[in-house]
Write a protein that binds this ligand. Structure first.
Ligand code: NAD
Length: 344
């Protein structure tokens, strides 16, 4: 494996803001998607000179990147990462870092169509790692998920919680990918950063409970079908904070000469699905909405594989020097506001 490029050393030595500007080329898979496009925004802001977005636009949207196009920094390569070819490998050539965010993030669908998740999450990750290996890319960041813990018995759940015991195919796919990252890192000398995100929300979000409730209430403002018994409680992080934490932990990894690190990236609080419904009803100016709960399992989950209680322990993240400033509740409020403005 080639030595760390000078540019990355500068990234570490000078800190995120200035140092990022010394990165030359970064690949962002899934860069047209929700979190990926915010990663691209941040990399542009930090002064990275070449960003290659690889996306098949299955859920990603070119609109998420329009503000960067034609400026000579962001280049979009429309490719399906399930399939390896020379053009894909070439896109990673001379890259300093890869942020691998392409995946199918819909946990609910994963129990209905497991193959979809195996192919779009595990196969794409293997191919992204192969492209990185074949091009000697030194830094690899992976968007993992809180779902690798399954129904954790310790809440808040720390990174070293065992056993990692996913209850969805999505969670299983992310855990499989983590193992690939750990092994590639050991075998090929990659620096790998695995980020276990809580629920990330904010502008450009395209899936999840908030969108589901807004869409249902727009169709019928008198009743709201809530999947599960409404007591599901989870932690939410605003997307700009998720991105900040990601860049911060990358600097932490490199700055401390670490090879492979896993970080929980979440919030200090959590909210119930029922509270989210209340926030949306209020923001839409509705009243007397009848909530109709639809538990899909005997213990009130929204769907098979739904982790009912998710709250990550972010002590490690905080000890590294970053902490969230937007609470879960506030993140929900801001996201609802943004989605309603966008809709109108
Ligand atoms: N949003 C969250 O709450 C959350 C939480 C934990 C982890 N994650 C992970 O973060 C990453 C980004 O999630 P998101 O919420 O932005 O979802 P998203 O659907 O908006 O983004 C995923 C992107 O990957 C692209 N993609 C999917 N399959 C592909 C393929 N085969 N080839 C090329 N591109 C492909 C999609 O078109 C999309 O642009 C995913 O890996 C997801 O699993 C998200």
């Amino acid at each position: 494996m080639k030595a760390l490029k000078q540019s990355l050393l500068v990234l570490v030595n000078l800190g995120t803001k200035i140092g990022g500007s010394m990165l030359t080329k970064v690949v962002v898979t899934g860069g047209a998607g929700f979190i990926g496009s915010h990663i691209v925004d941040k990399l542009v802001e930090l002064g990275v000179s070449e960003i290659v977005v690889i996306d098949n636009f299955s859920s990603g949207r070119i609109e998420n990147l329009l503000h960067h196009l034609g400026r000579g920094i962001v280049r979009v390569v429309e490719k399906d990462l399930r399939f390896m070819d020379s053009e894909l490998i070439k896109a990673f050539q001379e890259a300093d870092a890869v942020f691998h965010y392409a995946a199918n993030p819909e946990v609910r669908i994963s129990s209905i169509e497991p193959r979809l998740h195996f192919e779009n999450n595990v196969v794409t990750t293997f191919n992204a790692l192969e492209c990185a290996r074949l091009n000697d890319v030194e830094i690899n960041v992976f968007a993992s998920s809180s779902t690798v813990y399954g129904d954790a018995k310790v809440i808040p759940t720390p990174e070293n919680y065992h056993p990692l015991d996913p209850i969805s195919i999505y969670g299983a796919s992310k855990l499989s990918c983590e193992v690939l990252y750990a092994t590639y890192s050991k075998l090929y000398g990659f620096k790998a950063l695995v980020l276990r995100y809580a629920n990330v929300i904010g502008p450009r979000t395209s899936h999840g409970v908030i969108i589901d409730f807004i869409q249902k209430l727009s169709r019928n403002p008198t009743r709201l079908e809530i999947l599960g018994d409404g007591s599901q409680k989870k932690s939410y992080l605003y997307v700009t904070e998720a991105v900040e934490a990601s860049i911060h932990t990358l600097n932490f990894l490199i700055g401390n000469g670490l090879q492979y690190e896993v970080f929980n990236v979440g919030n200090d609080d959590w909210v119930t699905v029922r509270e989210i419904a209340d926030i949306i009803v209020e923001a839409m100016g509705l009243s007397n909405v009848k909530y109709e709960y639809k538990p899909m399992t005997h213990d009130g989950r929204g769907w098979p594989g739904d982790v009912k209680y998710m709250f990550l322990d972010i002590t490690k993240l905080k000890n590294s020097g970053w902490r969230p400033s937007i609470s879960s509740r506030r993140a929900v409020e801001l996201t609802v506001k943004d989605l309603l403005n966008f809709k109108n």
